[in-house]
Design a protein around this ligand. Structure first.
Ligand code: SIN
Length: 495
């Protein structure tokens, strides 16, 4: 066993960390699966655990087990499925501190944010435990006197889930909970960087009484093999994927062979607009949350900040003051607001964006250099005088970089904000009600935050338009992605 002694010492329940994959209801350790995946703490580089990296045989056996388990699960009453999810919700809350410690250890985010993520992740389980009982159908007046028409909703069957590393807990629950609530089974591939949170959730799901085979956790370094198999295997009826647009496109093309049902939550390039009539302090607060949450590593993070000319200098200076106060440190240190980035590639992308902007005339207001801590710690940065021809305008930085663009008119900023292939989240701060409505309608995004920088909640539909994907997670709409509609026509009824 190579589980980090330091990690274990922090946990109340040490059995929540396991060096095993959960394959069709069976825990398989490294002695049974030869390939090993090392999980490291991005803050220190230390190895946290060595877990098995599953191959094709295990992926297939998880899919086969899911098929059998799903049929029985779908035949249970919604109330019975809800009860298991409610048990899981309670267990997640009861083990919240341990789950947060595991999360910060493998992903690096500050422990306060990790605690927030556990509560956020649990809220999806609670929500879908409730929604499981509300999968209502419809009756439709028949088109002929002897016809009666009904619409019923049925689980799509076996689902595959693929999640990124930035929300190692909540990304799992927002896929697994609606799938199980709908009566589906799910084979799940966590990110190679952060599998321990999914493994801990599977341990709790087992304790909650979830029947074997319904939820497999399949960590693997061979992501493309997993993708190809789920897109080819006729048992898998749907894929729910969160990740890059590039990989989303590939999976969509592969899934086209069997016309697979998909939900894709892909990249973003969120505009954050501050109008001249906005409450500037509230706008700065909103920008701090939207931009610097999770060190800028969320798909809904503000990527381009547009400030109207009349308030540009004041906004930049207020934002800079706040950014100067951010504390960059290990996620477990008291008062940390920015942990390490996930890896060196992320640091390189940030540096490339800063260098490109500076070479084209932008100016550093705060930060802009490597952080003295080294590793993947970076300085939170504010750039001013940013223009549309710079990389930061087109690409998602996914790091704590706040580039501030200047604009003059409402129509101009709407055009700038929409000038991207992405359409996940957008934000703006304004007080004129007519402007608020006009901008809300004009923004080509799946989610719009008005006078707020934080929009994520289990009660609302999370998802994008354009090349940010389709499908929704959370809310009553989130269940539809795991259900098929069946229209039933009863003929020859007495007129
Ligand atoms: C994401 O980064 O895709 C998820 C962020 C969130 O749920 O707020």
């Amino acid at each position: 066993m190579t589980i980090s002694a330091k990690l274990l010492a922090q946990l109340t329940d040490k059995t929540l960390v396991m060096e095993a994959a959960f394959v069709g209801g069976v825990w398989k350790g490294i002695d049974e699966i030869s390939s090993v995946l090392e999980v490291r703490n991005p803050s220190t580089g230390d190895i946290l655990a060595s877990i098995p990296s599953v191959g094709l045989d295990d992926i297939r056996s998880a899919i086969n087990a899911a098929k059998d388990a799903q049929v029985k699960w779908a035949a249970e009453s919604a109330k019975e499925r809800a009860a298991v999810l409610s048990n899981l919700f309670r267990l997640v809350l009861a083990n919240a501190e341990d789950l947060a410690i595991i999360l910060t250890s493998e992903m690096g985010k500050p422990i306060a944010e990790a605690r927030g993520e556990i509560a956020y992740g649990a809220s999806y389980i609670e929500w879908y435990a409730e929604e499981a009982k509300r999968v209502y159908g419809d009756t439709i007046p028949g088109h002929q006197a002897d016809k009666r028409i009904m619409v019923i909703k049925q689980p799509v069957g076996v689902v595959a889930g693929i999640a990124p590393w930035n929300f190692p807990n909540a990304m799992v629950t927002r896929k697994v909970a609606p799938a199980l609530a709908a009566g589906c089974a799910i084979v799940f591939k966590p990110a190679a960087e952060t599998p321990l949170s999914s493994i801990a959730l599977a341990i709790l799901a087992e304790r909650a009484g979830l029947p074997k085979g319904l939820f497999s956790v399949l960590p693997t370094m061979r992501a493309s093999e997993f993708g190809e198999e789920i897109c080819r295997n006729p048992i898998v009826k749907k894929l729910t994927f969160t990740g890059s647009t590039e990989v989303g496109r590939l999976l969509m093309a592969q899934g086209a062979q069997k016309v697979m049902k998909l939900s894709l939550e892909l990249g973003g390039n969120a505009p954050f607009i501050v109008f001249g009539d906005a409450d500037l302090d509230a706008a700065v607060e909103g920008a701090m949350i939207s931009k610097f949450r999770n060190a800028g590593q969320t798909c809904v993070c503000a990527n381009r900040i547009y400030a109207q000319s009349s308030i540009y200098d004041e906004f930049v200076s207020k934002l800079a003051e706040r950014v100067k106060g951010l504390q960059v440190a290990d996620g477990f240190s008291e008062g940390t607001s920015i942990g390490p980035l996930i890896n060196q590639k992320a640091v390189d992308k940030l540096s490339a964006h800063v260098e490109d902007a500076l070479s084209k005339g932008a100016r550093v207001v705060v930060g802009g250099r490597q952080h003295e801590r080294g590793g993947t710690f970076v300085q939170p940065t504010v750039l001013a005088d940013v223009r549309a021809d710079m990389k930061v305008a087109r690409e998602e930085t996914f790091a704590p970089l706040a580039p501030v663009f200047r604009f003059e008119t409402v129509d101009e900023v709407i055009k700038l904000a929409n000038d991207t292939e992405f359409g996940l989240a957008a934000y703006f701060f304004a007080n004129d009600l007519r402007n608020v409505w006009k901008v809300t309608e004009a923004l080509e995004y799946g989610m719009v935050g008005v006078n707020t920088g934080l929009i994520s909640t289990e009660v609302a539909p999370f998802g994008g338009v354009k090349q940010s994907g389709f499908g929704r997670e959370g809310s009553k709409y989130g269940l539809d992605d795991y259900l098929s509609l069946k229209y039933v026509c009863l003929g020859n009824m007495a007129a």
